[in-house]
Design a protein around this ligand. Structure first.
Ligand code: NG6
Ligand code: CA
Length: 511
């Protein structure tokens, strides 16, 4: 794309008014780029949680259809083993561990992506797409202290999205209300919202003091303000009319995603649809509750698949499927007990959320970040299975390439253009990837090196093998996908080399 002038210089040279019709990359790339791009981003959905990745105990026909009609990746990753840093990386193309304050955020955290920065959304907008973020956000809002009763900014609208409808943080964190563009939805000004993560506000009952009021009990944490019979992380008061009903969250956000597609059916759009399923609290709609036989966690997988199905159906109905690039993935690996007694452990029935992988959400082992990842573009992408190494962090550079845009050096510093792999044209993706779970790992070809760490070996609350070891770990991922056999002692030179490479990537500020 070197024949194109950098977008910013070009804008300066012709003035903003003329850009809509004059941008050279738009004209040239028109037949190359997809009419629309949709990301369907699940929460905590593991490598083994869907049929197309081997699940047999729970049916995911819509996700399986996507995989049948697209490229299914077996070695694609989220950038981190938890939500906030993964989403940060997906949107900015920068490893979150390079920045302080990018761990799992409380619900009143400030926006951690600086307004004005190039993001996946801003570059899609620049390429002429109407951009929308619908669903779980968890990247902070506001600039320090949020007034939930006024305009909430900065937020998604300040980092490249034209529209947003958000769960501000997570379902288990207050405030339990939706934010549309800059406002809490359905707020009664006479009943203002107050939120605190430090001390109780108002006089609402907490799960700790009033367990008798709960319809779902915490197994660890989650014992503060009770909303809809479920105690959360953090305290809130007020905003009664605006509070969500957990059973309806999936329908509400899916409806907003569908409405966004319908509204923009005549023009190119980019939709980032981040479901709350299958994160805790898992409280699926009655039409899914009890249907999987695996308890609420399995039911939430059915609900997620239903949401994905609604998006696909909408694209079909509007005649947009052929020319819409759909990407499906998950923000981190699976966890069974993530803090509520929802019978997920008891009713697992042999279901393997991580498939053949070791670890899970929070873990440096591969199940922390190796996640389902499917790319479908019926007009252009030949269905198949790909072993290419890829990461969600590659979306900014790859989408820039796809839409004919040049990134500045400071933009998306860890994002690689792996478009060829995403479109199924090559099985060569990245040559290396840093995985992040607190502890850093480096994947290089078939090898994975996990750096020594004093962190706990087990997260006893979630029953997760964390992958931490005070000694270096080296695994041969094709011979030992389950990371059972640490061969560091047999390959001291490789360990040394990979430790040095990891250190270099960490220090040089980009990869
Ligand atoms: C943890 C929560 C867990 C979940 C996670 C974030 C407790 C005890 N556990 O701190 O339930 O909310 O944070 O998940 O509070 S994530 O997918 O958004 O990263
Ligand atoms: Ca998550």
């Amino acid at each position: 794309m070197s024949q194109y002038m950098p977008r910013r210089a070009f804008l300066k040279s012709i003035g903003l008014a003329a850009t809509a019709c004059l941008l050279p990359h738009r004209a040239l790339a028109a037949e190359e780029k997809p009419r629309n791009v949709v990301i369907i981003y699940a929460d905590d959905l593991g490598y083994g949680d869907v049929g197309c990745y081997g699940a047999t105990k729970v049916a995911t026909p819509n996700v399986d259809r996507l995989a049948r009609e697209g490229v299914r990746f077996t070695n694609a990753h989220s950038a981190s083993a938890t939500c906030t840093p993964s989403r940060y990386a997906l949107l900015t193309g920068e490893y979150a561990w390079r920045r302080k304050g990018t761990g799992v955020l409380p619900g009143d955290a400030r926006l951690i992506i600086e307004p004005g920065r190039t993001t996946l959304a801003s570059l899609m907008r620049r390429a002429g797409y109407k951009t929308g973020a619908v669903g779980k956000w968890h990247l902070g809002l506001g600039a320090g202290s949020i007034d939930w009763n006024g305009d909430i900014q900065p937020g998604p609208l300040d980092i490249g999205f034209d529209y947003c409808f958000l769960i501000p943080a997570t379902g288990d964190r207050v405030p339990c209300v939706f934010v549309e563009d800059r406002r809490v939805v359905g707020l009664d000004p006479k009943d203002p919202i107050q939120v605190s993560y430090e001390k109780p506000v108002g006089n609402e009952p907490t799960g700790k003091d009033h367990p008798e009021l709960l319809k779902m009990h915490p197994s660890h944490g989650h014992d503060q303000t009770i909303v809809n019979g479920i105690s959360r992380i953090g305290y809130m008061t007020g905003g009664k009319a605006a509070r969500w009903v957990d059973e309806a969250i999936a329908d509400t956000i899916t409806g907003k995603a569908v409405a966004f597609i319908e509204k923009h059916k005549e023009e190119p759009f980019f939709l980032y649809f981040a479901t709350h399923d299958i994160h805790v609290p898992r409280v699926p709609h009655p039409r899914f509750a009890g249907k999987s036989g695996l308890g609420p966690r399995g039911d939430a997988i059915l609900e997620f698949d239903g949401s994905a199905g609604e998006i696909l159906k909408t694209l079909d109905r509007l005649g947009l499927a052929q020319d819409t690039l759909v990407i499906f993935s998950s923000d981190n690996g699976p966890v069974v007990d993530d803090g509520y007694k929802d019978q997920a452990v008891e009713l697992l029935d042999g279901h393997k959320p991580a498939g053949p992988l070791r670890g899970g959400k929070y873990s440096a082992f591969d199940a922390g970040t190796r996640v389902p990842f499917v790319v479908r573009w019926p007009g252009r992408v030949k269905p198949g299975v790909s072993e290419a190494l890829a990461c969600q962090i590659d979306l900014p550079a790859s989408m820039a390439a796809l839409t004919g845009q040049k990134l500045n050096l400071e933009d998306a510093p860890d994002s690689f253009d792996v478009l060829g792999a995403l479109l199924g044209r090559t099985h060569v993706g990245r040559d290396h990837l840093m995985e992040h779970a607190g502890t850093l790992s480096l994947i290089q070809g078939v090898w994975k090196y996990i750096e020594p760490s004093k962190g706990p070996r087990m997260n006893v609350s979630t029953n997760t093998e964390m992958g931490n070891d005070p000694q270096p770990q080296l695994y041969h991922l094709t011979e030992d996908l389950g990371e059972r056999n640490n061969v560091a002692a047999e390959y001291p030179e490789r360990v040394k080399d990979m430790a040095a490479s990891l250190q270099k990537i960490r220090q040089q500020g980009r990869s």
